[in-house]
Design a protein around this ligand. Structure first.
Ligand SMILES: C[S@@+](CC[C@H](N)C(=O)[O-])C[C@H]1O[C@@H](n2cnc3c(N)ncnc32)[C@H](O)[C@@H]1O
Length: 220
């Protein structure tokens, strides 16, 4: 038997009531982002807090974020890193990532953010090939275009030290991964991505049905 509590709105509100510890700036960033047409791309505050707890638990100092948008996950990450920690933040949008950096600066954690605007595949290749950063990161968060997830994952595995962790958002894609009629490129890419990771012996794996589905893989 599988025990899985059904998350209705009342229970979700309760979880927020008894656990959320959002800063004023995080709350402001959420309300400003809520006015944008693509606001649903933002991670939830519970996810942001979880990210922070996770980073503290593993003692992360050097991290990479693929997919910044207006910066909720980036701000949560930068707040959780030690003062000499660093998050390399990758996004293709100049406008959104500028907003993200601005919030990090206002929160006093801008010095931890190394923002790189452009196609994340090229930025990751630069980190590996030009900057020689392979094997030197503790954590990578993947939350950008779904079609390139596998490529981001491969780069993440190269960037991580053994024992480093990669977290991947949206792997259940609103449940579309089990809907046979959903054949768009994002859903197909996520199905293939999930199937590839299942037997990838380079990592220890866990898929958690939290938010829109999160995969965790620890590099062996
Ligand atoms: C789901 S949003 C990220 C949400 C963010 N993590 C948050 O907490 O608000 C996806 C982001 O990926 C970016 N993106 C899409 N394609 C990209 C690419 N090829 N390279 C870099 N960033 C990309 C988009 O500009 C967008 O900001």
């Amino acid at each position: 038997m599988r025990i899985q509590v059904e998350l209705n709105e009342k229970l979700q509100d309760y979880v927020a009531d008894v656990s959320l510890r959002e800063s004023d700036l995080q709350r402001e960033l959420r309300s400003v982002t809520a006015k944008l047409p693509l606001h649903l791309m933002q991670i939830s505050p519970e996810q942001g807090q979880f990210l922070g707890v996770l980073l503290r638990a593993i003692g992360a100092k050097r991290t990479v974020e693929v997919g910044v948008f207006t910066g909720y996950s980036l701000l949560s990450t930068a707040l959780a890193l030690p003062d000499d920690g660093r998050v390399v933040a990758l996004d293709i949008s100049e406008e959104w990532s500028a907003m993200a950096l601005d919030y990090c600066k206002r929160a006093g954690v801008g010095h931890k953010v190394d923002l790189r605007v452009g196609d994340a595949r090229a930025s990751l290749a630069a980190l590996l090939e030009q900057e020689g950063e392979a094997g030197s990161y503790d954590f990578v968060f993947i939350d950008a275009d779904k079609e390139n997830y596998y490529s981001y994952y491969e780069s993440a595995l190269e960037l991580l030290r053994p024992g480093g962790l990669v977290a991947v958002d949206n792997v259940l894609w609103h449940g579309a991964v089990v809907d046979e009629s959903a054949q768009d490129s994002e859903t197909r890419a996520l199905r293939e991505f999930n199937a590839e990771l299942h037997y990838d012996e380079r990592v220890d794996l866990s898929v958690i049905p939290f938010a829109d589905g999160l995969t965790f893989a620890v590099k062996r």
